[in-house]
Design a protein around this ligand. Structure first.
Ligand SMILES: *Cc1c(COP(=O)(O)O)cnc(C)c1O
Length: 388
């Protein structure tokens, strides 16, 4: 990390400077894209600044890893070719035969990875509703290694109390892993709340411009970081230098982007809640959210994701999605442009219908990723789409 920077710098300042320093040879202010696979050695086995091969380490990637670690308040940062690759590395680092207890409403791709890939390796997964922090206790077995939390969840925006769960999990020797993608490091700091490991899909808010796919793992647990580093090197699911550079460019504006995402989302959630064509709205910033008090305690802001159930089921939902013009109908989230999608048909199609029903993923349910356009334009777009 950047040794000569003063201690105690705030988030916005670290976002811009952590992990990066002007190049000592030519003064370049921005860390270059080190688009190289290999590094010359002055003598066999002697590496300059620790670099020998870009699967192992690369200067652009190292700068980003330090930057992200700083933003999450972690000692160690590791990046991967996607959020799913980061998730796999964490599960692999738990060892063969591990049992993991996961929040039931996790990202559809995470559930698919757990049940259809990772479970084949003698690992097992139990899904349970972690809204009640005691709910997982009855599922703990001798081989249970970790709890997997995503909060808020996707798409129903349920919250898990990270501090309460971490306390209970640590008393039983379990590791607590939090997928912090929805809040970004700006709005939620799981490590401060007691979690051991944070996972991000950098594809979302960290990247923030819908132009890269990447994942990251942040932790201050030295032993776990060492296992992850070995898996990163051995399995090799690393991001390329160009994507690392784009992500470094993105974290510089993370704070102001998140502020605008949240301000726009709050206005839109309030607008939708009052709309006659809307059955229900879920947004952690609304007092009507069942866990609004926890959201205020645990998060520094409420994020940019809103879940809406429209009156009239699938047909009406389809009409609304087809009519929206400023909101783009697409999977993914967290970019500067507003996106909308239908989890039942799109992102959560891999979740079996009975499980979707159990999780409350209604046919009329639409997920909004509110961007940073002018909020009045977004509201006008929704108003036109929701009309009879
Ligand atoms: C998108 C997403 C992932 C997976 O990340 P990819 O970069 O798409 O592999 C994991 N968790 C959450 C919450 C996500 O939104």
């Amino acid at each position: 990390m950047k040794g000569e920077m003063p201690d105690g710098l705030r988030f916005e300042t670290r976002a811009i400077h952590a992990g990066q320093r002007p190049d000592p040879t030519n003064g370049a202010v921005i860390t270059p894209i080190y688009q190289t696979s290999t590094f010359a050695q002055p003598s066999p086995g002697v590496m300059l600044d620790g670099y020998d091969y870009s699967r192992a380490d690369n200067p652009t990637r190292r700068a980003l890893e330090h930057n992200l670690a700083s933003l999450e308040g972690a000692k160690h940062g590791l990046t991967f070719g996607s959020g799913c690759a980061a998730t796999s590395a964490v599960v692999q680092a738990l060892g063969g035969g591990a049992h993991v207890i996961s929040f039931d409403d996790v990202y559809g791709g995470t559930r698919r990875l757990f049940t259809r890939v990772m479970a084949h390796d003698n690992r097992s997964f139990t899904f349970c509703d972690l809204v009640d922090p005691d709910a997982f206790l009855e599922h703990v077995r001798p081989e249970t290694k970790a709890l997997w939390i995503e909060t808020p969840t996707n798409p129903t925006l349920k919250l898990a109390d990270i501090a309460a769960i971490s306390e209970r999990a640590h008393a039983r020797g379990l590791l607590v892993i939090v997928d912090n993608t929805f809040m970004s490091p700006y709005f939620q700091s799981p490590l401060e709340l007691g979690a051991d490991v944070v996972v991000h899909s950098c594809t979302k808010y960290i990247g923030g411009h819908s132009d890269l796919v990447m994942g990251a793992v942040l932790t201050s647990n030295d032993a776990f970081a060492e296992k992850l580093r070995f898996i990163q090197l051995s399995v090799g699911g690393v991001p390329g230098p160009m994507d690392c550079w784009l992500a470094l460019r993105s974290t510089k504006t993370l704070a102001i982007r998140m502020q605008r995402h949240a301000a726009n989302a709050q206005r839109i959630a309030e607008y939708l809640q009052a709309h006659a064509a809307v059955k229900s709205v879920s947004y952690p910033g609304l007092p009507s959210h069942p866990q609004h008090a926890l959201a205020k305690r645990q998060m520094k802001g409420f994020g940019g994701m809103i879940t809406v159930v429209v009156e009239g089921g699938l047909d009406k939902a389809r009409t609304v999605l087809e009519r929206l013009q400023v909101f783009t109908l697409a999977e993914s989230l967290g970019g500067v442009e507003s996106l909308v999608e239908h989890p039942g048909i799109m992102t959560h199609a891999s979740v079996p219908p009975d499980v979707r029903a159990e999780l409350g993923i209604d046919d009329g349910l639409i997920r909004l990723s509110v961007g940073i356009e002018h909020v009045d334009d977004l509201i006008a777009d929704l108003e036109a789409a929701l009309q009879d």
